[in-house]
Write a protein that binds this ligand. Structure first.
Ligand code: NI
Length: 214
């Protein structure tokens, strides 16, 4: 900061134009305060909060700056850890909110249609077809492990987005599993609770080494 320059809104842009650091500050002046990354710590299995039933958000809360901030923090956290979904309880907030972002293309779960980054608040799942299929699931709150879980593969989800709009989404296949896994976190459940054959729980390393499949 140049001595005497005030850092408030557009004023400083003019004042700092001749400063060697002006370009950066000019950028900040044009685009507002640069939001700093906020990567939150993900709590792990054993933390009692992961076993609580999270509470619903009110319309006022959804519109609040606190929830906008929380969604931004969760986004940074998800991208930093490299997951495809994160529920608020996983960062220690016992509220019914989750974010999901499924990159499309060829993955170990097959060829997937991408699901762009979305926020799900107070979601409700309706099972359209109870027929199940299983996937090896992992969880950022249960690091280093994966387990084979069977879940219904055709569901409908009703939820509010970050603007508070009511939306509905129908999902089949792997994405249906992802949504059920994330929303389970809002009810204090972890995927390990749903493994029917505990022999199908493995460390990542052994899973890769022995090419476990089911
Ligand atoms: Ni999880």
């Amino acid at each position: 900061m140049v001595a005497g320059a005030r850092y408030d809104g557009n004023d400083f842009m003019v004042q700092l134009t001749n400063s060697p650091v002006a370009p950066v500050r000019k950028f900040r002046a044009l685009f507002g305060t640069l939001r700093s990354m906020a990567i939150r710590r993900i709590i792990r299995m054993g933390h009692p909060l992961l076993r609580e039933t999270a509470r619903e958000l009110t319309t006022d809360e959804i519109a609040s700056a606190e929830i906008k901030r929380l969604i931004a923090d969760m986004t940074d956290t998800l991208h930093d850890y490299g997951g495809i979904g994160l529920a608020a309880p996983q960062i220690g907030e016992s509220i019914r909110l989750a974010i999901i972002e499924i990159p499309g293309g060829e993955t170990r779960y097959g060829d997937l249609a991408p699901l762009s980054f979305s926020v799900f608040i107070n979601p409700r799942i309706e099972i359209v077809d109870p027929a199940t299929a299983g996937y090896w699931e992992g969880c950022l709150s249960v690091p280093g492990l994966r387990g084979f879980v069977e879940r219904p593969q055709h569901i409908k989800v009703r939820y509010l987005d970050e603007k508070g709009d009511e939306l509905e989404l129908e999902l089949t296949g792997f994405p249906a599993t992802v949504f059920q896994h994330e929303f389970d976190h809002l009810d204090g459940k972890l995927y390990i609770d749903r493994i029917s054959d505990m022999r199908l729980l493995a460390f990542d390393k052994e899973f890769e080494q022995h090419q476990l499949m089911s």
